[in-house]
Design a binder for this molecule. Structure first.
Ligand SMILES: Nc1nc2c(ncn2[C@@H]2O[C@H](COP(=O)(O)OP(=O)(O)OP(=O)(O)O)[C@@H](O)[C@H]2O)c(=O)[nH]1
Ligand SMILES: [Zn+2]
Length: 369
């Protein structure tokens, strides 16, 4: 048996390396690229990357999503992304300010930015996918490596070498979490509570299922797919309706005697807590929840609902009565092969502070209130 890591392990290493400011080598058919996350790279490694670019005569670019490019008024010739040319001698502050909207209003005239046009953008796209998977800002420095020798230098320096094609294929696949353990937990909403812990094969966050009673597997189960919201669920934030929705769903399951609530660690609709807090800062500058996501470079919703569907199936549920106001969740469940026999509305927790947030969800995301 080989002890070598496979592509799933290498992907987990790549996410960890990027999160800690280490570059990663993406290897292609011939050469590849050296990539680093704009949010975490520090000055000495940026200097090393710039030196390498200069000595190799290669163009260092900052890949950003088309959403971020729109805010920066940078031309996105590549559809969903733009490759901003990093000017000679650009400092770390330039990289960070281009990647992050924190200072956009204070310094509105950042550009003009020059962007690359033509050529292969595959590795840039993969770099952005990896940055998002590491819950970082979606912006990555990309330095093309001309040949196998350059890739070998990265290996010699101890960097993670990620075969690009295999990585793309592996990231497209859903990684169904497997059940690790379950135990009885009596809850205020029901004494017949049981918490199951699920662990994805790809080394990403664990997810939880809270089973109330003993719902039969051959009938639609009262179900809630709840995405983690540290501020709402734990702190009782008034900016959203998550906490009241969490408790109301459990209470309804307790009252009916059966149900399943999936607690999915997809904080901030899949962008992570740090990025959600960045979005909250933008909301304090007057942007709504969707605009804030876009200015950061994200789509409205970055969650992968295949995870929730996979957990339901692992638990033996094929049909649900889904507690939600979000029609996209119903569509996603159906597309993932879970029958939605009924939508059960879950309208609780409106406050003076979240009225605007809920109105935006209704107007822009089609929520049914
Ligand atoms: N990015 C971002 N995420 C937010 C914001 N406010 C709340 N969230 C997150 O949004 C998610 C809310 O998820 P859900 O409770 O599943 O809500 P939903 O998709 O609106 O659908 P239903 O509640 O089922 O109707 C949680 O992960 C929160 O952390 C925000 O302003 N920006
Ligand atoms: Zn919330």
């Amino acid at each position: 048996m080989s002890l070598k890591p496979d592509i799933i392990h290498l992907l987990a290493r790549a996410r960890g390396d990027l999160a800690m400011g280490l570059p990663v080598v993406l290897s292609g058919a011939e050469g590849g690229a050296l990539i680093a996350a704009a949010e975490t790279i520090e000055a000495p490694r940026l200097a090393a990357l710039t030196d390498l670019a200069r000595s190799a005569g290669a163009e260092l670019t900052l890949a950003v999503t088309a959403r971020r490019a729109e805010t920066l008024k940078a031309r996105a010739y590549d559809g969903d992304l733009a490759r901003i040319l990093v000017p000679e001698g650009a400092a770390l502050t330039w990289i960070r300010a281009t990647a992050s909207p924190e200072g956009d209003l204070a310094h509105p005239m950042k550009g003009p930015f020059r962007t690359a046009r033509g050529g292969d953008t595959r590795l840039h796209r993969l770099a952005l996918t990896l940055a998002k998977a590491a819950r970082l800002l979606p912006a990555a420095l990309v330095l093309p490596l001309p040949d196998a020798d350059a890739v070998a230098e990265g290996r010699a320096a101890g960097l993670t070498i990620l075969p690009a094609e295999a990585a793309e294929a592996a990231m497209r696949l859903a990684s169904p979490p497997h059940g690790v353990v379950s135990a009885r937990v009596p809850l205020a909403a029901s004494h017949a509570g049981r918490v199951h812990v699920f662990r994805p094969e790809d080394g990403s966050e664990e997810h939880y299922a809270i089973e109330i009673g003993a719902p039969p597997r051959n009938a639609p189960v009262l179900a809630r797919l709840h995405s983690a919201c540290f501020t709402g669920d734990v702190l009782g934030s008034l900016k959203c309706d998550c906490g009241p929705q969490l408790h109301a769903a459990l209470e309804q399951m307790g009252a009916e005697g059966a149900g399943v609530l999936l607690y999915l660690n997809q904080e901030g609709r899949g962008i992570g807590l740090a990025n959600k807090m960045r979005a909250y800062s933008l909301q304090d500058q007057g942007f709504d929840t969707v605009e804030a996501n876009h200015r950061l470079g994200f789509e409205d919703d970055e969650r992968d609902f295949r995870i929730g569907a996979g957990i339901l199936r692992k638990m033996g549920f094929g049909a649900v009565r889904l507690l939600t106001n979000n029609p996209a969740k119903i569509d996603m469940m159906r597309r993932c092969g879970i029958e939605v026999a009924e939508r059960v509305p879950l309208i609780v927790g409106e406050t003076a502070q979240n009225r605007h947030y809920l109105a935006t969800k209704a107007r822009k995301s089609g929520h049914l209130f």
